[in-house]
Design a protein. Sequence first.
Length: 381
Amino acid sequence: MTTVWIFAKTIDYPEGGGHFWVYLNWALGLKECGCDVVWLETVGHEREVQAIRAQLHPLRQKLARHGLGSVMALCTGDGSAVPDESELNLVPLSAARDADLLLNLNYHAPEALLSRFRCSSMIDIDPGLTQVWISAGRLLLPRCDYYFTIGETVGTPGALFPDCGIRWLHTRPCVSLQAWPVSPAPENGRFTTVSHWYAEEWVGDKESGYDNTKRAGFLPYLALPRRTKTKLELALRLAGDERERAELERFGWSIVDSVRVASTPQAYQDYISGSRGEFSCVKPSCVRLQNAWISDRTLCYLASGRPAVVENTGPSALLPDAEGLLRFRDLDEAVERLHAVEADYAAHSRAARALAEEHFDARKVAAKLVRHVVGTSAARL
């Protein structure tokens, strides 16, 4: 049996239901393809057992719903074991020596932790930006044996950003088809998305750089609700900015609180299942860098049989432009894509699920990555 530890970063995001699914889809894919999975998190430099227990309890509840509640491990920020692992019902950190692979989705990992594993790999889920951050000295990658990226253009000739001297291996992002089954869409439902709105995220210097928030990405499309009969809703964290809410509603957007609809992994899934589809713009970096990126959130919509109308992030060998997943480059195309979905919703719903099954099935994606890294010992996956 191949054993994979997945290094996640959710314990500091107690209300991040969507954030949690980024890691959970990978963990479930590994489990579905026959791996033993251990879920590893860091608790900073916390040494008090009671404080650790308080952080651990909600995480264990979330994982228990998916059969992962008893396979948790913790380390401190410096890579050390936490006290009283047995009392906390944790997989001991010392068991890392018997693992076949550490799959690092945390980015930051202390050497003391990495040295416990025979083999480690990292997955870059911010393609283009990761490489820009590295080249600007803003990010120092941990040592790993393999570096994977979900960006199709990373490390390829003609890429609009450096490869930073790293051999990047492409992996597809993934969604657990078992955890995200198709369900009937509400007849009068809305096209929705869940997103942060504000962030301190600027690419480049103040003179030649640009604002890389979701808000900046949506600004050219604010008038969209006035040009379509499709109901559009944004689940945003506006931090009480009522002026911003009022401005968005004036254009015709329905606004709900993302903290409420994505408070837990189940709430997030219920919100997507209660939607008719997704409409979303991307951060400006995805368009400028042409990284052929697709959101893990969008994959959850597709797997649920929900068509997704999303902004084009560059030429792709995987992503269609007009069937199930419909990509747009400007406001006129966004209007056209929404009208196309409504003209034959059933066909686009089937195409959405088929796309998830063909390219983004977590079981297949995880098995391919493990076979590449672990080799012949994982050939049966």
